[in-house]
Write a protein that binds this ligand. Structure first.
Ligand code: MLT
Length: 408
């Protein structure tokens, strides 16, 4: 008899962004004349940088000629892209990461979900609250969490991120094995200093724990004192895996390209207490289950690191940060307190009310879509997340609508 994975039954309703999209569609069908402005899911709106488009076109031409045609590429990614990443994202910032420690993929969502295949079934997992829901849901699917009770799964160690700790969670009180961190943070937009990351690295070392560090939003960091990679912290390459993406950096949400760094010095332990390197394990997983990102897309990603590409990509994130500044000013004028939006495209607003109720109110009164904080965890219940990913015109219009409907 074929049996189902009963862990799926523990999951809460639908995936957060599917639930939001369902509510928005229902409202839109009932009110076809209303124009919605979407500041919910962090999906980019601006076209790809010209350097990427040019590289894409050229790569398509390569595919049209026998002499330059490419079939299956290396599952880990082409050397031209892995080397450009190692040089520009890591070595240029003093982080010793080699090209062959980088695995190119089609997204950080998949990578952060898939990486847990490398670890034992029974682990103590520390997850910040609020958090990108993929980290929690995929561990539930894998059977590493118990029942959902009062907004939390039994068996997970939740790390509260609140106004009191500046949305950077404190170290766990009891030992954990696997730690999820994301900075600049989704959803709160908070950033972590070098000292804060160094404390996590020291904790992981002392407890033989592993950090999964999601740096998908590093391109939005403007404060030069903030680390962009966990590998800027000494010793991190022995305790951390880092996830990066071209989605928000270069507008690749629809184009799909990301990468994961698994340093060769990174170990986990088997039941005999022997150290096992994770790099060959991830290489095995990646080569068995993934056939690589398409050649034209990898060429487009490589162009992000050209002189023109660097400038255009910076202009892109500057543009969204300009939107974020507009959102911040409007909310401050309306009397709300918030975090994020300065080194991050997300603004986390304290609405001091049930976040789904507030979400529905904004949808109905202003036709502005946000993301209810409760969807990211119990600590998000009194917050909404506003995304800066949209056109300037739409953000300006959305802010006008908020000014009319959202006085605190
Ligand atoms: C978000 O809105 O949190 C992100 O766009 C979701 C994602 O990157 O998968």
């Amino acid at each position: 008899m074929i049996r189902v994975n009963e862990n799926y039954a523990k999951l809460q309703s639908s995936y957060l962004f599917s639930e939001i999209s369902k509510r928005v569609q229902a409202y839109q069908s009932a009110n076809p004349d209303k124009r919605m402005i979407r500041l919910g899911i962090g999906d980019v709106t601006e076209p790809l940088p010209p350097a990427c488009i040019e590289a894409l076109h050229k790569a398509v031409d390569d595919m049209a000629a026998r002499s330059s045609f490419r079939g299956y590429g290396p599952e880990q990614g082409y050397d031209f892209l892995r080397s450009a990443i190692a040089l520009n994202d890591y070595k240029a910032r003093g982080a010793e990461i080699d090209a062959d420690e980088i695995f190119v993929s089609d997204g950080s969502k998949c990578d952060t979900a898939n990486i847990q295949e490398l670890f034992a079934d029974k682990l103590t997992i520390a997850i910040p609250d609020p958090v990108y829901p993929v980290y929690v849901d995929t561990n539930v699917m894998a059977g590493r969490a118990g029942r959902h009770v009062q907004g939390r799964y039994k068996g997970l160690v939740y790390l509260d991120s609140t106004e009191a700790n500046g949305f950077v969670p404190d170290l766990p009180e009891s030992p954990v094995d696997l730690i999820y961190l994301c900075f600049p943070n989704n959803p709160t937009g908070a950033t972590a200093t070098r000292a804060q990351l160094a404390a996590w690295v020291a904790y992981a070392k002392a407890n033989r724990a592993l950090i999964l560090f999601d740096a998908a939003y590093e391109a939005f960091i403007r404060d030069p004192a903030l680390p962009r990679s966990i590998y800027e912290i000494e010793g991190a390459r022995d305790v951390a895996i880092e996830f990066r993406s071209f989605s928000k950096t270069a507008g690749f949400t629809g184009t799909r390209c990301a990468f994961t760094v698994v340093p060769k010095s990174l170990m986990a332990w088997n039941k005999k207490g022997e150290a096992v390197p994770l790099h060959p394990m991830w290489n095995r997983r990646h080569t068995t289950k993934f056939n690589g990102v398409s050649y034209p897309v990898q060429r487009a990603a490589e162009a992000v690191y050209s002189a023109a590409g660097k400038q255009q990509v910076k202009a892109l994130s500057d543009f969204y940060l300009g939107n974020a500044a507009l959102i911040r000013t409007t909310l401050a004028d309306l009397g709300y307190s918030m975090t994020g939006g300065e080194n991050s495209p997300y603004i986390w607003v304290n609405v001091s009310k049930d976040s789904w109720v507030f979400f529905d109110r904004l949808l109905k009164l202003a036709q502005v879509v946000t993301t209810p904080g409760a969807g990211f965890g119990r600590c998000g219940r009194g917050f909404i997340r506003i995304s800066a990913f949209n056109s300037r015109e739409n953000v300006e219009e959305a802010m006008l609508r908020l000014r009319k409907t959202m006085r605190a």
